[in-house]
Design a protein around this ligand. Structure first.
Ligand code: UD1
Ligand code: MG
Length: 483
């Protein structure tokens, strides 16, 4: 039967957490990061308008490899052992429905900046635990990065530690300004003219929007934020200035792998981040023994499971919570929320819709659509068919152009086809209808009544041949020309 790939802790070359939700999804555990006690409160800022996406959908709900962007940092935080995860949402509370159980929501009354977002979560910040701030639009942050930040923050004793990285093209990001001694002084914004000086714009070390804070220091500084800047917003990085003015030390945790901290502000960046996430997903499957013939021409969502020695040929898309067993071949097909057992052959040009189950050794061939159906072991639907709301028994062969008429315009009905049935070609099954084991149906039949086991069901007009027809036509056309 179906064997999944290695679990979420399996090492992944580029993006270690990209795999799946940690087991016991959503349950916030108190298992702390080694060397860091107590477990941190993780705030994920996600209430911004995301205007640069030019979309009616909130930015952080845009889909990234089968999961809303927001859930990537949520899973990373849970996997890193967060004590509490708080997502900051706008008053529409559009994010509430996607959050896993146990993740809390804070509402930012108006979009007054990243500082305002943290202020909105103030009541949920415990004084005795460190605080980690993540951005809902920096989705590839990993659990390892969060734990590394927590360790660095705990060891340095800084009031705040900012995660930075160096980018070739830092445009749009806040720049990290360091003093002559190399210590972090502040972050200057560049989204709008007026905050950063031309020299500061030359800096390539950027703020990733990820930070660790000592809870008490953060709470004190939040009360003093001002909106005297180019965007007239409360900037969270101003907390760093305020803490420093108070004599506190600001740490920096520089991340070398910039891919983990790319921010998504528009759909161009979303596509770049998707490419990286997709690559990590592919690599995890390939390292677990799946052949992906051309990764650049294959889409696989993050929660898909695929067994060993399965071959995925180009131009295949596998979405949602699809599970594919071992030793399968999938050619040029589109698969959504389906279960495919071992040794199954799919495509080319198959469309498997939600609720499809293909049992071991079965085959779905060319231009075949299947929906909410169970295809028995070794059964075959080789060509040009639609199988919807059907149960098909072991070893049955449904010939070319077999169609289940499952919808009467109001309700869906099931078709039940027994074991070792031969349907011949161009047969319609008008549901609800049942076909017994080892039955046959005649080519071109419209089967609207049950066929008993072992019987032949025929439902088509009888053929009549008109002898000499062609000759008669010739005669008639000659006569009409003479007239
Ligand atoms: C922010 C940082 C910038 C950093 C960059 C990294 C500030 C002022 N700037 O800029 O230094 O280089 O991230 O990606 O913090 N949000 C709210 N409420 C708001 C505004 C934003 O919750 O009122 C959320 C957004 O939903 C988003 C995150 O905060 O998830 C960052 O906001 P965004 O507007 O994207 O900030 P950047 O311009 O990217
Ligand atoms: Mg951003």
């Amino acid at each position: 039967m179906y064997r999944p790939v290695a679990g979420p802790h399996a090492a992944l070359p580029a993006l270690p957490h990209a795999a799946r939700a940690p087991s016991g999804e959503g349950k916030v555990n108190r298992a702390s990061i080694p060397g860091v006690t107590p477990a941190p409160t993780v705030l994920i800022l996600a209430a911004g308008r995301g205007t640069r996406m030019r979309s009616r959908t909130p930015k952080v709900l845009h889909e990234l490899c089968g999961r809303p962007m927001l859930l990537w940092p949520v899973h990373a935080a849970l996997q890193a052992g967060a004590g509490k995860v708080v997502v900051v949402d706008s008053p529409e509370r559009a994010l509430a429905e996607v959050l896993p159980e146990g993740v809390q929501l804070a509402v930012q009354p108006q979009s007054d900046g990243t500082g305002g977002a943290v202020v909105a979560a103030m009541a949920l910040i415990d004084s005795d635990a460190p605080v980690v701030v993540l951005s809902g639009d920096v989705p590839l942050v990993s659990a390892d990065l969060i734990s590394g930040l927590m360790r660095a923050h705990a060891q340095s004793g800084a009031a705040a530690t900012i995660v930075s990285t160096v980018l070739d093209d830092p445009s749009g990001y806040g720049r990290v300004v360091r003093g002559a001694d190399g210590a972090v002084e502040r972050v200057v914004e560049s989204k709008q003219d007026g905050d950063a000086s031309p020299q500061e714009l030359e800096i390539r070390e950027v703020n990733t929007g990820i930070y660790a804070f000592e809870a008490g220091a953060l709470k004190r500084a939040l009360g003093s934020l001002t909106a005297e800047n180019a965007q007239g917003e409360l900037y969270l990085p101003q907390v760093l200035d305020l803490l420093r003015a108070d004599g506190a030390v600001i740490g920096a945790h520089e991340v070398k792998d910039r891919r983990l901290v790319l921010g998504v502000n528009d759909k161009v960046a979303l596509a770049e981040v998707r490419k990286l996430a997709q690559r990590a997903i592919h690599e995890q499957h390939m390292l677990a023994g799946v052949s992906i013939v051309d990764p650049d021409a294959t889409v696989i969502d993050v929660d898909v499971e695929i067994g060993q020695d399965t071959v995925i040929e180009p131009f295949t898309t596998i979405r949602g919570k699809t599970k594919i067993g071992a030793d399968c071949t999938v050619r040029h097909s589109y698969i959504v929320d389906s279960v495919i057992e071992d040794g199954v052959s799919v495509g080319p040009f198959a469309y498997l819709r939600p609720g499809t189950r293909l049992r071991a050794g079965s085959k779905i061939g060319t231009f075949v659509e299947v929906k909410s159906s169970d295809i028995g072991p070794g059964a075959k639907v080789p060509h040009l068919s639609y199988i919807g709301d059907a149960d098909v028994g072991e070893g049955t062969n449904l010939g070319a152009s077999t169609i289940t008429a499952n919808y009467d315009g109001q309700n869906k009905h099931r078709t039940t086809i027994g074991k070792h049935v031969r349907s011949s070609v161009h047969v319609s099954f008008v549901a609800p209808v049942s076909i017994g084991d080892e039955a046959y149906t005649g080519a071109g039949s419209v089967i609207a009544e049950d066929v008993p086991a072992g019987a032949l069901g025929m439902a088509r007009a009888r053929q009549t041949n008109k002898e000499g027809y062609a000759e008669r036509r010739k005669d008639e056309s000659l006569n009409s020309e003479r007239r």
